[in-house]
Ligand binder design. Structure first.
Ligand code: ZN
Length: 191
């Protein structure tokens, strides 16, 4: 009888452990690795203080939102980004944060620095330029969580759009409510 009670207790506590680890993993950022072997430079000890948000779509035929097609497109131009966020909010990692990803191109920061790739993390949202299109709610939710996570790990000076650092050359991220997004990450930062 005692043994049975003990077992029951063990079972209940096991359930608790399983349940709590499940909750824990749900609140963690889920990242899917799709690492590339182009469009980046392996780097040691770079200083990261900038996040650049972009948008991209598959312009080479077929599904415009297909992540693998977008990566193929990147390989063609030998560019990349650290992360791509799919329409369903899934976050893919193409390049390790410690490495330099070729995503910003010729650009300059508000403080005058021009070697933006070397100090930034690039995030691409899959969306088209079509004015009827926009990043999905799930994409914005993942972007917010990812940027917040990056802010917790580095001292981030700027979160900028590609168009902020390469105006006249770049217009992305397209159809995004940027002010609303900035408010969200600032609110979360002060929580
Ligand atoms: Zn861009």
């Amino acid at each position: 009888m005692l043994w049975k009670t003990h077992n029951k207790l063990l079972f209940v506590s096991l359930l608790f452990v399983i349940n709590s680890s499940f909750t824990w993993s749900q609140s963690e950022l889920k990242i899917i690795d799709k690492r590339v072997n182009f469009g980046f430079r392996p780097t040691q000890n770079r200083n990261i203080d900038v996040v650049i948000v972009h948008s991209v779509y598959n312009a080479s035929g077929g599904n415009k939102y297909n992540v693998d097609s977008v990566i193929n497109q990147f390989s063609h131009y030998r560019v990349s980004s650290h992360y791509i966020i799919g329409r369903d909010g899934a976050i893919y990692r193409l390049v390790k944060e410690k490495d330099v990803s070729f995503q910003a191109g010729k650009s300059s920061l508000p403080d005058g620095r021009t070697n933006v790739n070397s100090c930034s993390i690039g995030i691409e949202l899959i969306t088209t330029k079509d004015s009827l299109d926009a990043p999905t709610e799930l994409q914005i939710k993942s972007l917010t969580a990812l940027v917040k996570d990056i802010q917790s790990r580095y001292k981030i000076k700027y979160v900028l759009r590609h168009s902020d650092i390469a105006s006249g050359r770049k217009t992305d991220p397209w159809n995004m409510n940027w002010e609303e997004f900035l408010k969200t990450i600032e609110d979360k930062k002060s929580e």
